[in-house]
Design a protein around this ligand. Structure first.
Ligand SMILES: N[C@@H](CCC(=O)N[C@@H](CS)C(=O)NCC(=O)O)C(=O)O
Length: 252
């Protein structure tokens, strides 16, 4: 099976698919793309969409990550990414869909807003990536890319403040799924990889690490997605983080 995976460094669904490929033991070539520029590159490569992860598998082009998981299971069934039991599969698919919409999107908005506040952090996400230019140069020329990502992802201050207020509820939901056995089972599912990648990316922000790490969701993310490069120093105004502190105080 000839597989090429196109990713953006720091992209959580890209990390989820990397973990799926590794879990299945499928060898692949990884191509790192610069954010924003990735869109033109994927068009030139004749992918139907403009987002990563984008997988070329035996000449076929597969996107988005939900579709990639299903295609991987079809072509390489063992170990499966979805449970065989229909009821369990429905629960895993519900968790996967929830990640794809609110969690994946809020994580992306939070990250780009944080990087806008500390542009020097962007290089840390490119650790181990081959972008075709030196990382130092990529960082120096990143300002227009960061501005474009903030705009494309609607990562406004208002949206991110409300994402941070919603985060304790999102983490409660992950903890509940872990307690119910929907997530964190013996054989990781597509939902495990997707949700762990999102939670693990949130843990690269100094402002959020403790709020995630101190919960079952944090242990789960660190176990399923152990290596996620990147770090942003504290950047958010204290009042924005108050809901996370309140949630930790209530739990503790
Ligand atoms: N939900 C889709 C979309 C993925 C998505 O939006 N990926 C982002 C990176 S995390 C992207 O490619 N953005 C384009 C850009 O940054 O220019 C999936 O899981 O495949």
């Amino acid at each position: 099976m000839a597989a090429t995976l196109y990713v953006i460094p720091g992209s959580h669904p890209s990390m989820a698919v990397r973990l799926m490929l590794e879990h299945k033991g499928i060898e692949y070539r990884r191509v790192d793309l610069m954010p924003v520029i990735s869109r033109a590159a994927l068009k030139a490569l004749r992918f139907p969409g403009v987002t990563v992860p984008a997988l070329k598998l035996d000449g076929r082009r597969v996107q988005p990550s939900l579709q990639i998981a299903r295609e991987l299971d079809r072509l390489h069934p063992e170990p499966p990414l979805f449970p065989g039991d229909p009821e369990r599969r429905t629960a895993v698919e519900e968790a996967e869909r929830w990640e794809d919409e609110p969690l994946q999107e809020m994580t992306r908005r939070i990250l780009w807003n944080a990087i806008k506040r500390d542009r020097s952090a962007i290089g840390s996400y490119a650790e181990g990536a081959r972008l075709g230019i030196p990382i130092g140069l990529a960082v120096k020329t990143a300002a227009p890319i960061i501005a474009a990502e903030v705009r494309l992802n609607h990562a406004t201050d208002e949206a991110v403040r409300s994402d941070l207020a919603a985060l304790p509820g999102a983490l409660d939901r992950i903890d509940d799924w872990i307690a119910e056995g929907v997530l964190g089972g013996e054989s990781p599912t597509a939902a495990d990889f997707q949700i762990a990648a999102s939670a693990r990316l949130l843990m690269t922000l100094d402002d959020l690490r403790a709020a995630v790490a101190e919960r079952p969701a944090g242990d789960f993310a660190a176990r399923v997605a152990p290596d996620f490069p990147g770090r942003v120093a504290p950047v958010f105004p204290a009042p924005w983080l108050e809901p996370l502190r309140e949630a930790a105080a209530t739990a503790g």
